[in-house]
Ligand binder design. Structure first.
Ligand SMILES: Cc1cc2nc3c(=O)[nH]c(=O)nc-3n(C[C@H](O)[C@H](O)[C@H](O)COP(=O)(O)O)c2cc1C
Length: 192
């Protein structure tokens, strides 16, 4: 079976981001499993806050179209989100909102979400590891008709989770990440 191409999207732009580190650790696991993996920064797809008047006046921003096409070029997507006030950061929600408005020729609304599986992970310094952000993100993606795989990873106490090389230290966290990676590969292959 062909190897799916995997896209990883960290939901934080912060230097030293726990979520960016988790995204990097996931990229390593996908590469170890022989996958072709792309890790992007949403900083390269900066977008105004969604405004339907703006869309009506000037059309879809190029970055919304580019981000949608970046997703479309992969067979599986991992979103790694921080938790802000028990939900997803505006950066993550706004990016999804814009992408959900992009409809290329001959596509049905939300086709890019429908055609490939999504996995979700989060990292937080708290005990819950961003569990509430994951619940919110799962709901948002399901509203976009995405298949969100059952496995997810909430990395708690993220400030103590990495070694000096930014690798995950604790075997339980590594196991959970590997299980997530395996399931996304599996479902991506079945949906190809
Ligand atoms: C506006 C704001 C709200 C936050 N709310 C939560 C929260 O509800 N739960 C939580 O665990 N951490 C919360 N945090 C802490 C973030 O999880 C922490 O800043 C984390 O390091 C952000 O992810 P990053 O390291 O990938 O940038 C919040 C941080 C900010 C800036």
């Amino acid at each position: 079976m062909a190897a799916p191409k995997i896209l990883i999207i960290p939901g934080s732009l912060r230097s030293g981001s726990h979520n960016a580190k988790l995204a990097a650790a996931a990229a390593h696991e996908f590469a170890q499993a022989g996958m072709d993996v792309t890790r992007i920064s949403l900083g390269d797809f900066s977008l105004p806050i969604y405004d339907a008047d703006l869309q009506a006046k000037t059309g879809l921003p190029k970055n919304a179209v580019n981000l949608k096409r970046m997703i479309a070029a992969h067979q599986g997507v991992l979103l790694v989100t921080p938790e802000y006030n028990s939900s997803v950061p505006a950066l993550v929600k706004n990016s999804i909102d814009w992408v959900s408005r992009v409809q290329d020729a001959h596509e049905i609304r939300g086709q890019v979400f429908r055609e490939r599986p999504f996995a979700i992970a989060s990292a937080s310094e708290g005990r819950l590891g961003g569990t509430r952000a994951l619940a919110a993100l799962r709901l948002i993606l399901c509203a976009c008709h995405a298949t969100v795989i059952p496995n997810q990873l909430a990395l708690s106490f993220a400030n103590e989770a990495y070694d000096d090389m930014d690798k995950l230290k604790h075997p339980g966290d590594i196991d959970a990440l590997q299980a997530l990676v395996r399931q996304l590969i599996d479902v991506s292959q079945h949906m190809m």
